[in-house]
Design a protein around this ligand. Structure first.
Ligand SMILES: C[S@@+](CC[C@H](N)C(=O)[O-])C[C@H]1O[C@@H](n2cnc3c(N)ncnc32)[C@H](O)[C@@H]1O
Length: 211
């Protein structure tokens, strides 16, 4: 990030609200105990996820890619009283860190962490979703979308992270991973079942609403 963008990011963080002491602790632990702390959503994107969830007040949230639990806690803030968040994580070490935070959070009874491959687990879930956050392996975004779209209620919001892939989507020649994300964005744009907007927040998020 160049200096001006970094300063703008700092300003946006300073002037945005995200209340939950535990998030700082998750961020610290993630830096200490994982090899890729950059995967964590962070303050600004976390504020966005929290606010969208609070506006939507979902009964059921699905998160694909828990990592250490930061985004799950942000999303859980908007759950309706009886609402539930299912979050799926492939890596047991990441899952154990996330679980240690979920169990001491006020959302303990509302968050269900499932360890395994999201591609195998999603078809076994007998739930219709109001909010979905896609944030696991980028090569599978099209698969995840196809697995969840028919399980989303009308008006549901699907948010896909990292869709600008470090700005690489605008390069003339796309590498394999970038091409998959570009294909995903193009598929969403042409899907008449949904409307969407891509926001250049952090690494780019595609915010999709099922009609
Ligand atoms: C970018 S991180 C998620 C960050 C998290 N949502 C946050 O904002 O703090 C992606 C996570 O997805 C997990 N993952 C990758 N492939 C997966 C799969 N097929 N099923 C479930 N989880 C997967 C990775 O182990 C990693 O922890």
């Amino acid at each position: 990030m160049d200096d001006i963008m970094s300063s703008i990011d700092d300003y946006c963080c300073a002037q945005s609200t995200l209340h939950e002491k535990m998030l700082d602790e998750i961020e610290r632990t993630t830096h200490l105990k994982t090899l890729s702390p950059r995967m964590l959503s962070g303050y600004l994107q976390g504020s966005f996820l929290s606010l969208i969830s609070k506006i939507k007040m979902p009964e059921n949230i699905l998160e694909i890619g828990t990592f250490t639990g930061y985004s799950a806690i942000c999303l859980a803030q908007g759950l309706s009283k009886k609402g539930k968040l299912v979050t799926i994580e492939y890596d047991e070490v990441h899952g154990a860190i996330a679980d240690s935070f979920f169990s001491k959070s006020s959302y303990n009874n509302q968050i269900e962490l499932i360890i395994g491959d999201a591609k195998e687990i999603i078809p076994t879930l007998n739930i219709d979703f109001d909010l979905v956050f896609i944030d696991a392996d980028k090569a599978s975004y099209v698969t995840y979308y196809n697995l969840v779209i028919d399980r989303c209620n009308s008006g549901a919001i699907i948010i896909a992270d990292n869709v600008l892939w470090n700005g690489k989507v605008i390069e003339k020649k796309l590498d394999k991973k970038t091409k998959l994300l570009d294909d995903f964005n193009k598929m969403i744009k042409s899907d008449t079942r949904v409307e969407n907007v891509i926001l250049p927040l952090r690494d780019g998020i595609n915010v999709i609403r099922k009609k």
